[in-house]
Write a protein that binds this ligand. Sequence first.
Ligand SMILES: Nc1ncnc2c1ncn2[C@@H]1O[C@H](COP(=O)(O)OP(=O)(O)OP(=O)(O)O)[C@@H](O)[C@H]1O
Ligand SMILES: [Mg+2]
Length: 262
Amino acid sequence: MPDSISPTGTPNPKMTARNVSVYYGDKKAIDNVSIDVDRDNVTAFIGPSGCGKSTFLRTLNRMNDTIPSARVEGDIKLDGEDIYSSAMDVVQLRARVGMVFQKPNPFPKSIYDNVAYGPKIHGLAEGKVELDTIVERSLKRAGLWEEVKDRLTDSGTALSGGQQQRLCIARAIAVDPEVILMDEPCSALDPIATAKIEELIHELRGRYAIVIVTHNMQQAARVSQRTAFFHLGNLVEYGQTTDIFTNPRETRTKDYITGRYG
Ligand SMILES: Nc1ncnc2c1ncn2[C@@H]1O[C@H](COP(=O)(O)OP(=O)(O)OP(=O)(O)O)[C@@H](O)[C@H]1O
Ligand SMILES: [Mg+2]
């Protein structure tokens, strides 16, 4: 990335990554990426398939730890705290930095239990009343409450795809995260369900730092205030979403957003 584009464009970042490289065995999938994740804005990661978006996203809550061949180098901090330090409790970290995946993956449990599970294992509720409150609040924030309030004991897997994705967002919200990572959260959804998720991202902005990976340029332009363009494991360009889409500095960025390659 050219020196003129600072990864530290944000005065008060929620997360900072410096000189991060990721390997799968001998293969380098992410090459020396430095970037700040803004606290109050939505950051979109874009770039052609295989460029390393998911790999880099997973470094932000150590999901790569679950892939035996993966190795992460560099420095990643959450509010100044090194998330790769041996003192970091990874279970705690993944509650603080929640994740929503491409394919909705509710637990084979009731709608209620999907949301209550995290608060229970993290000891966030004193009793049933408090747990009920957390479940209701999380489902409301995820824009799902009205649709499910009368069927909380139904299985989460019985919901529609879009509802399942909002349930997964409610599940992430229930443990009171600081950051939410979303890896192509709408790619399995129809346009109406997609619009609901995008609306939800707008509503959640400011309460949580949000990072979203998307292949949909219109979506990146609609939901994010910052955009990072990845190509072949490199962070090519990072800046205000409006600048990236209207006035990209790099030819590679311009070619990608105008659909020359993908
Ligand atoms: N578990 C893994 N083991 C080995 N290599 C992997 C693994 N996951 C990803 N890779 C490789 O790392 C590179 C980056 O993959 P990644 O999934 O991060 O890309 P991506 O930008 O998210 O792509 P897509 O848009 O298709 O989801 C690719 O070359 C991919 O083959
Ligand atoms: Mg991916």
